[in-house]
Write a protein that binds this ligand. Structure first.
Ligand code: ADP
Length: 408
């Protein structure tokens, strides 16, 4: 039984007791009044029986509402000890009535006070219990134990459902933040390991080149090792630039600023970025006619993402080949298809190439400059914008990279 039901029960009991007291009081008063009438009847009976002629006088006295002879009567009767004060005090019914009324009132008062005390005590006890429960839930929350979220029986014990709801929300939010923090910490850990691993090889190569350069005696040797050092330096520079970009994206130092942008602006930006590289290999980039849809994207980063795919298409395609860009309008997405005539992606490697620092192990790839960061960055950008990217083999040779960009 909760406090509300208890309070209601007590109120009903008090009401019934009060009703009985009132009825009983009325009964006692009525008894006292009947007693007085009997006394008057007794006096009248005796006097009229002995002196019948006085009946008329009695009738007049009873009809006299102003009680004009009351003073004279009181005077005479006082000689017989029958005055107002003494009589009322001696009246048995009156005395019984006062005694019982006093006892009932005392009982009623004691019961009321006891009930109030019990209610207050219970309220206090319950508040104490609730406070203990809240403290224990908050303690669990602080120590990273969020099991209480799913313990509905325990949550129902909170009298205020709004409060229980807030505690559940608090736990869920803490849990989510903790999970995110742990995930970020793990990501940063592997990122640091990956970065140091990636830097090791070119730095050792640079060190070796410098040693050879310093030890070389002939001018031609010196020139050759100098050139090699420069090459390694350039590689390190590119790698560091890519690593910085990755770290910034991973640690959310770079936040995408989504804006309304036309598809044509994105494609033009990406093609411009790789234009010279394509020209050098006499590769043409063709864009099939498309509807210039307006998208919600970060312009700069989306251009970079698509340029990475185009850059790969140029790198891993033969000279004088062709790259085709097709656009398909889907329900919620715009699909950008970038098709090349290159070396293609071997079966089983289609998802791996989007991983950080992953490069396919073959001679053509080894001979091309790269560090396995481009597609990883592209995937990260596209996914952060709410899109997706995947690759499939082209019909004859080469590959088709499909980029789904959200358009709502
Ligand atoms: P990389 O700097 O090595 O090009 P990416 O992350 O851009 O790094 O690409 C990862 C790997 O995916 C590449 O090393 C290459 O093996 C493969 N790849 C990417 N694009 C193509 C493509 N168009 N054709 C064939 N292989 C590709």
């Amino acid at each position: 039984m909760d406090m509300k039901q208890k309070a209601l029960g007590f109120t009903v009991v008090f009401f019934i007791i009060t009703l009985f007291c009132g009825l009983w009081g009325i009964g006692v008063m009525r008894g006292a009044y009947v007693n007085e009438i009997h006394t008057v009847q007794n006096i009248a009976g005796r006097v009229i029986a002995d002196y019948p002629e006085t009946e008329r006088v009695f009738a007049q006295a009873l009809a006299d509402m102003d009680r004009n002879s009351a003073d004279v009567g009181a005077d005479i009767l006082s000689h017989y000890g029958y005055d107002e004060g003494e009589r009322i005090e001696e009246n048995v019914s009156y005395i019984k009535c006062v005694k019982n009324l006093t006892m009932t009132l005392a009982f009623f008062l004691t019961a009321t006070l006891t009930c109030i005390f019990i209610i207050l005590y219970n309220v206090d006890k319950q508040r104490e219990k609730q406070e203990e429960e809240i403290i224990s839930v908050l303690d669990e929350c602080l120590s990273g134990d969020y099991a209480y979220i799913n313990d509905l029986d325990r949550m129902r014990r909170f009298k205020n459902p709004l409060f229980a709801d807030t505690l559940i929300k608090l736990g869920r939010s803490f849990k989510l933040k903790t999970e995110r923090l742990n995930e970020e910490r793990d990501n940063t850990k592997t990122l640091v390991t990956d970065i140091s691993h990636q830097l090791k090889t070119p730095v050792s190569a640079l060190k070796a080149c410098f040693t050879l350069y310093a030890e070389a005696e002939k001018t031609t040797d010196k020139e050759e090792f100098h050139a090699r050092c420069k090459l390694q330096m350039n590689k390190i520079e590119t790698l560091i630039a890519a690593l910085i970009q990755i770290s910034r994206l991973e640690t959310r130092m770079i936040t995408l600023s989504i804006e309304k942008v036309f598809l044509a602006e994105i494609l033009a930006g990406a093609i411009n970025t790789v234009y010279h590289k394509a020209q050098k290999k006499q590769i043409s980039i063709e864009t099939v006619d498309f509807e210039n849809i307006r998208l919600n994207l970060d312009k700069k980063w989306t251009i970079e993402a698509i340029a990475n795919v185009l850059d790969n298409a140029i790198k891993y395609s033969p000279e004088a080949s062709q790259i085709t860009i097709n656009i398909q309008k889907l329900y919620n997405y715009v699909r950008v298809l970038i098709e090349d005539d290159g070396i293609g992606i071997p079966k089983g490697e289609e998802t791996k190439i989007f991983k950080r620092f992953y490069r396919i192990n073959n001679e053509t790839v080894k001979n091309q400059e790269g560090n396995g960061v481009g597609l990883y960055l592209t995937r990260k950008i596209i996914e952060d914008e709410g899109g997706t990217i995947f690759v499939r083999p082209a019909v004859e040779r080469g590959s088709v990279f499909c980029i789904n960009l959200p358009c709502q």
